[in-house]
Design a protein around this ligand. Structure first.
Ligand code: GCB
Length: 616
């Protein structure tokens, strides 16, 4: 049956995706770059604000004046020392310093709400070697990046949460190199997301940048997964002059190995029986195997877990067994009063530890965009199932083919990056997007794209619910044609926080959902300011810890009455920055729906959810 579903998905994908969707693979992926010979370019860079973008273009879109071009390969101080007609309106060498990676908004008060272009520079030394290739791999730059090396443009990228690679083999010089990156955080009606979200701007080079060295022909991408039919399948892609007709091998620890030969495009596929004795990955036992790919003189290692995920009727099956997703939603924001979205391993571990061991959860919704590779790898290692999504959120220019292309490309970049992570079980194609024919077509193309790129995982979306009055109490229903494209239905529901429902009314709400499809509550939540308490006689006041805790009790009671409920990811683990939230007493720029304060103090509702999960 599973095989049949997969095959049908392939057929659907083949007919309904535009032809150009076949070309979404970036020129280079360098998946597994973290395991490669590389130089980490993290550290202090210099920066220069450029609110009017004069370093990129002059008035009327003409090329920028040379005195404004921050990316020039020039020693401004030395030229100035000579005197003469030339002058400059920047000097990247003498600019203020800023830590990379990290969002600029946390770096200095002047950048707190800065939304625009900022230039970054750092120098590094390198020694080009014959027969070796060099790449810069950016794990994330929010939102647009313009990359220059030694004064020459070497690449551009749009999309704030996915990695991109530029080859610099020919632009690199022996000795000192000058790397300049223009980062434009501005969003618009055609960006993904658009200008309106409920999280911080977080502009900058937010994840690490690495200078990666490879042989002339190298393994650009290698993947391996357990298929629903119990076999292990995967592929290797070689890049370079010697990519065709090469023998490539894969070894899963000492358990199994296989060989294949690349085609004219450098691609080879593996298909092998799952070795006897191979442990299945699960949250309880997150076994990872050392997997080694080799070919054309290059090798690439990864740590991969093997598991199946499928839907049968209203059940979600992990390794063939019914599963309840005891989860929580998470934004990419570290604990502390001034987060910079710098997900070091310890920052990420601290958050996931509270989820896994504090709440006793087995699942996390990484909302609303692809989180760092560090986090997804940790989820693999710690045993937390993951919902992954790209920020097709609220408002999107649904009728614009260029925007759809961006969404599909962003999705492809995410899937290529994370498809070796057993933890990831759900790809979501949207969050709370109002139903319309063009929006449903847009999400439908995204779902088809996912199935084509990765038939081993489930597709979902966080949908809006419709509410109607009926005798015996209000009814919540999913009335969204997108459900036909999804494996798992998911809804966000805030009755009892937004709107006029009393807390007592929540538990009485009735759900009308298909009886043969699994449902997840992808969000529910209420704000509470940690430490703001009810005095007992003031009734239930919003923003108190008591209100939030009672809201959780009522919503969980409501959830218990949905027979097809297979999981939940309440909103949200930790209070997070959001410029939408400006109540001067309770919010001050923070969304307070966390079960933890921004510094990690547990609110009463944390215990309510923890107790519920213990009993599940
Ligand atoms: C939602 C959104 C989420 C918001 C949340 C809220 O439905 O999906 O991004 O932060 O509600 O707090 O209102």
């Amino acid at each position: 049956m599973n095989k049949l579903i997969t095959l049908l998905c392939f057929l659907v994908a083949a007919v309904s995706l535009p032809a150009w969707a076949q070309d979404l693979r970036p020129a280079f992926l360098l998946t597994g770059a973290l395991q490669r010979d590389s130089q980490d370019l993290s550290g202090q860079w210099t920066y220069s604000k450029d609110l009017y973008r004069t370093g990129l273009t002059d008035i009327n879109g003409w090329v920028a004046k040379s005195r404004m071009q921050r990316y020039r390969d020039i020693d401004v101080a030395a030229v100035e020392a000579k005197g003469g007609a030339d002058f400059f309106e920047f000097d990247m060498d003498r600019g203020a310093q800023i830590a990379v990676p990290g969002a600029w908004n946390a770096a200095t008060p002047e950048l707190r709400y800065y939304d625009g272009l900022v230039w970054f520079q750092r120098k590094f030394s390198a020694a080009p070697e014959a027969g070796k290739r060099r790449f810069l791999r950016f794990e994330a730059v929010n939102y647009r990046a313009y990359v220059y090396l030694n004064g020459k443009e070497v690449g551009r990228h749009e999309g704030g949460f996915t990695p991109f690679v530029v080859e610099i083999t020919d632009a690199l010089r022996a000795g000192e190199n000058r790397l300049t990156v223009g980062v434009d955080s501005t969003h618009d009606a055609q960006s993904i997301p658009t200008t309106i979200t409920d999280w911080d701007l977080y502009g900058g080079i937010t994840r690490p940048v690495r200078l990666v060295t490879t042989p002339a022909t190298f393994i650009d991408d290698a993947t391996l997964a357990l298929r629903p039919d119990g076999r292990i399948a995967g592929e290797v892609r070689l890049q370079g002059p010697g990519a065709a007709n090469q023998e490539v091998t894969v070894a899963i620890g000492t358990l199994a190995s296989a060989r294949a030969v690349t085609d004219a495009n450098g691609r080879a596929v593996f298909d092998l029986a799952a070795p006897r004795g191979m442990q299945r990955w699960s949250p309880e036992q997150p076994t990872l195997y050392d997997v080694r790919f080799a070919g054309a003189g290059d090798t690439l290692g990864d740590r991969i877990g093997f598991r199946t995920i499928a839907v049968k009727g209203s059940q979600i099956l992990l390794n063939g067994k019914p599963l309840f997703l005891r989860g929580i939603s998470l934004h990419e924001e570290e604990f502390g009063p001034n987060p910079a979205r710098n997900m070091t391993e310890s920052a990420s571990r601290a958050l996931l530890h509270e989820i896994k061991h504090g709440l006793g959860a087995n699942y996390v919704r990484l909302s609303h965009y692809p989180h760092s590779e560090t986090t997804v790898r940790l989820a693999d290692e710690m045993g937390l199932l993951v919902w992954s999504e790209i920020p097709v959120y609220w408002t999107v220019d649904w009728d614009n083919p260029a925007v759809l292309r961006k969404a599909l490309a962003m999705q492809a970049e995410t899937i290529y990056r994370d498809r070796n992570r057993a933890a990831v079980v759900l790809w979501s194609v949207g969050n709370e997007t109002p139903v319309s024919p063009s929006r449903t077509r847009f999400h439908g193309a995204m779902a088809d794209n996912v199935r084509q790129l990765d038939p081993t995982r489930l597709v979902s979306a966080a949908l809006l619910v419709e509410r109607r009055s009926a005798p015996g109490g209000d009814v919540l229903a999913i009335q969204d044609p997108l459900v036909d494209k999804l494996d798992v239905l998911a809804v966000n529901t805030y009755a009892g926080w937004y709107g006029s429902d009393s807390l007592e009314a929540i538990a009485a709400l009735r759900w009308e959902v298909p009886g043969d499809r699994p449902l997840i509550l992808s969000e529910f939540g209420a704000d509470a300011l940690a430490g703001y308490r009810s005095n007992g006689s003031d009734g239930m006041k919003k923003f108190t810890e008591e209100y939030q805790a009672a809201y959780y009790r009522q919503t969980l009671a409501m959830a218990e009455r949905i027979p097809t409920l297979r999981g939940m990811s309440p909103w949200i683990l930790k209070d997070f920055r959001s410029p939408r939230r400006e109540h001067p007493v309770f919010q001050n720029g923070w969304n307070r729906k966390g079960l933890l304060s921004e510094t990690g103090v547990r609110k009463q509702a944390f215990e309510v959810l923890r107790t519920y999960y213990r009993a599940k």
